[in-house]
Design a protein around this ligand. Structure first.
Ligand SMILES: [Zn+2]
Ligand SMILES: [Zn+2]
Length: 220
């Protein structure tokens, strides 16, 4: 029997980053994916989902994805934070990079609680995720996969891919990560860090960056 999931999202920060909740509709076991900003909006989304949040899963740690970790951990929603170890140079610079861009509201998060690894299975009650390591946009980007849903962060968007011109971004590495993602089946639904939902099949057929990667080409 396939598990029925509750999935909801809300755009946060001036970057319209999609924060997600995902959980088991039967047991209400759930997680928050990318605590980006606007903690009140995140808490409202969690409340309307009816889910019990066990963890905060970070696809990566750009400020628009990680700016609400501190207020949540400070008492609003004190749950363990999961991130890939290679992401720490980005994670440790959330507040500093916000200052560089002259942005307020992105306080430095406390140290994460757990590092995730490629292929690892994370289990929270009746809910499980497979971790897929997808560096390139950042050095420690990951996707979290459950059922036929992929929470992909900023690696893949509808018709586009994550930028690699920010510090520690790398285009050839991103190309390898796109090829790895294309090992997933076409019916898999893709929930990106920005913009609308898509699917592996749709991007395989229409995304010029994915098609270039599949032809063995790169860009920039
Ligand atoms: Zn990003
Ligand atoms: Zn982003």
């Amino acid at each position: 029997m396939t598990q029925e999931l509750i999935i909801d999202s809300t755009p946060v920060s001036p970057f319209e980053m999609n924060a997600y909740v995902c959980g088991d509709a039967a047991t209400k076991d759930g997680v928050l994916i990318d605590a980006g900003a606007d903690p009140d909006k995140l808490l409202h989304m969690i409340e309307r989902s009816g889910l019990t949040i066990h963890a905060i899963l970070q696809t990566h740690a750009h400020l628009d994805h990680a700016g609400a970790i501190k207020p949540l951990k400070d008492g609003l929603l004190d749950r363990p934070v999961y991130v890939h170890k290679e992401e720490m140079p980005i994670y440790n610079n959330v507040a500093r990079s916000a200052q560089m861009y002259g942005l307020g509201g992105f306080p430095q998060p406390p140290a994460p609680d757990h590092f995730v690894e490629d292929g690892q299975i994370l289990t929270f009650g009746s809910l499980s995720f497979r971790v897929l390591f997808l560096p390139g946009h950042t050095p420690g980007g990951v996707a979290y996969i459950t059922g036929n849903h992929i929470f992909v962060g900023d690696t893949l968007f509808m018709g586009s891919v994550g930028r690699t011109d920010l510090p520690l971004g790398d285009t050839p590495t991103l190309v390898q990560s796109l090829l790895k993602l294309m090992n997933e089946e076409d019916h898999m639904r893709v929930h990106p860090g920005h913009g609308p939902e898509t699917s592996i099949g749709r991007e395989r057929q229409t995304n010029p960056f994915v098609q270039a990667a599949l032809r063995g080409q790169t860009w920039m």
